[in-house]
Design a protein around this ligand. Structure first.
Ligand SMILES: *Cc1c(COP(=O)(O)O)cnc(C)c1O
Length: 449
């Protein structure tokens, strides 16, 4: 194996780093009033030991996954890479406020300016970095709508690794631009389930017409990594390490709200919830503040009605994938074999919810609400026409949550409302087009059927 020290791409290059890029990630685990239930080894059902995870992840990331530290230092090279798009902007939604006639101060924290168009690079860059310094040469992963695959492909290109991505079939077919984005970054992208893995072949034999699911794609990417000693696996959400890396969102927002002149903590934070990473990344800092300082910020997880893991799922141990290769995690889940309808918000089609978010919800530190697709797109369109930014289909769930709240008949005088806008929807315009039905395509299609 090449000496990773020789790889210039790993070294801090001495770029000027904005002093506003956080120096540390925040770990909500340190402030929970009760410890999180441990992950279980899928074979023995005993608590997972660090060694159990070594076929999948480098040691530094396993340590982060199990860390109880409140603050974890961000390596210099990662802060440099963050500097190209962080701190991400916090905007006051003045136009939206005016249109709604609300007295609340409404802010949104916008992650759509990153090179991949979402919050996902916050974790992709960190995971690629820690893999590269431990000598991994190839990373495998799954992707739903393609944002994670694109983000990891970008991170691997920047840090000198190769990336291989299994993309859920329904998104592979309906969102070709994400695949093209991955190809530009030099990654290989397969439609999942594929013929390339045992898991994929078995799933296709069982249901040749399956639209795929994140749980299936994870099984394929994990299998491929475990079989190659030079490869590791990267997961784009769900794990503690991912939520910790995403905490830059909330750590920045805490400071930015103060800079905007807000003297008290926000009243309500809305975030969309798929696997829980952008929501957890934004909300953990505020939940931690509630726990340590007695502030009373409400956090509302906004999930799709088509995949309602928090509002309709059970809190129990489950696998992260279909085949049962991952550790068992205690989480809100619809069952690892649940295949949600192919909604446009492909990034929210995951059967479970991050254990850290699940634990917070279970302890009553967070609320959850499900939204129907037509309402989320209506919210996305309304937001775009007021603020200019077209939210990613996933992000429209957070907007829908905030709009419903702000329209409850009260003036919300003196309140501060924060929306997590996890990404932009520029590559999802066909979905908007279909929902808007401007030239009657959908109706015409139905007539001709
Ligand atoms: C992937 C993605 C999500 C869903 O994943 P979480 O882990 O729940 O954040 C939400 N928004 C965007 C823009 C995404 O790309």
């Amino acid at each position: 194996m090449a000496n990773p020290e020789n790889n210039l791409k790993l070294r801090a290059l001495g770029f000027p780093i904005s002093s506003k890029v956080p120096t540390h990630w925040y770990n909500l685990v340190a402030d929970f009033p009760e410890p999180m239930p441990p992950y279980l080894n899928p074979r023995t059902h005993e608590p997972v030991q660090p060694e159990d995870l070594e076929p999948l992840f480098p040691k530094s990331l396993i340590a982060m996954e199990m860390s109880q530290e409140r603050y974890i230092e961000i390596p210099q090279r990662v802060r440099e890479l963050y500097s190209s798009y962080r701190p991400s902007p916090l905007f006051r939604a003045h136009n939206l406020e005016r249109e709604l006639g609300t007295k609340a101060h409404v802010y949104f924290k916008y992650e759509g300016n990153s090179p991949a168009g979402s919050h996902k690079p916050n974790s992709a860059l960190a995971q690629a970095y820690f893999n590269a310094i431990e000598g991994t040469t190839r990373l495998t992963t799954e992707t739903g709508a393609g944002q994670w695959g694109a983000s990891l492909s970008m991170a691997c290109a920047l840090l000198g690794l190769t990336a291989e991505v299994w993309q859920v079939r329904s998104s592979y077919d309906s969102k070709p631009y994400r695949r093209m984005q991955m190809e530009v970054y030099g990654a290989q992208c397969h439609s999942s389930p594929s013929e390339l893995t045992e898991a994929g072949r078995a799933l296709r034999a069982r249901d040749p017409e399956t639209s795929g699911s994140l749980g299936m794609a994870i099984s394929e990417a994990v299998e491929s990594a475990v079989k190659d000693p030079q490869a590791h696996y990267a997961l784009g959400s769900v794990l503690n390490l991912v939520l910790i890396q995403q905490s830059v969102i909330g750590e920045e927002a805490l400071v930015q709200l103060q800079e905007a002149g807000e003297v008290s903590a926000p009243d309500v934070v809305f975030g969309c919830a798929g696997g829980g990473s952008n929501l957890g990344g934004l909300a953990a800092s505020f939940i931690g503040q509630n726990l340590r300082e007695g502030t009373r910020t409400r956090v509302v997880a906004c999930e799709p009605a088509a995949c309602p893991s928090m509002t309709k799922g059970e809190y129990r141990y489950d696998y992260g994938d279909v085949v049962g290769l991952t550790p068992m995690m205690k989480m809100y889940t619809l069952g690892s074999d649940f295949v949600p309808d192919p909604i446009h918000a492909g990034g929210l089609r995951y059967h479970g919810m991050a254990p850290m978010v699940s634990h917070a919800y279970h302890l009553g530190l967070m609320e959850a609400k499900a939204f129907a697709q037509e309402d989320t797109f209506a919210a996305g369109v309304e937001f775009a026409r007021a603020e200019g930014i077209i939210p990613a289909p996933e992000s429209t769930h957070a907007v829908a949550g905030a709009l419903e709240y702000l329209r409850d008949g009260s003036s919300h005088e003196g309140e501060v409302v924060l929306i997590g806008l996890s990404g932009n929807g520029v590559l999802d315009l066909p979905a908007y087009h279909q929902v808007l039905d401007v030239d009657g395509d959908t109706a015409a299609e139905e007539v001709s059927r």
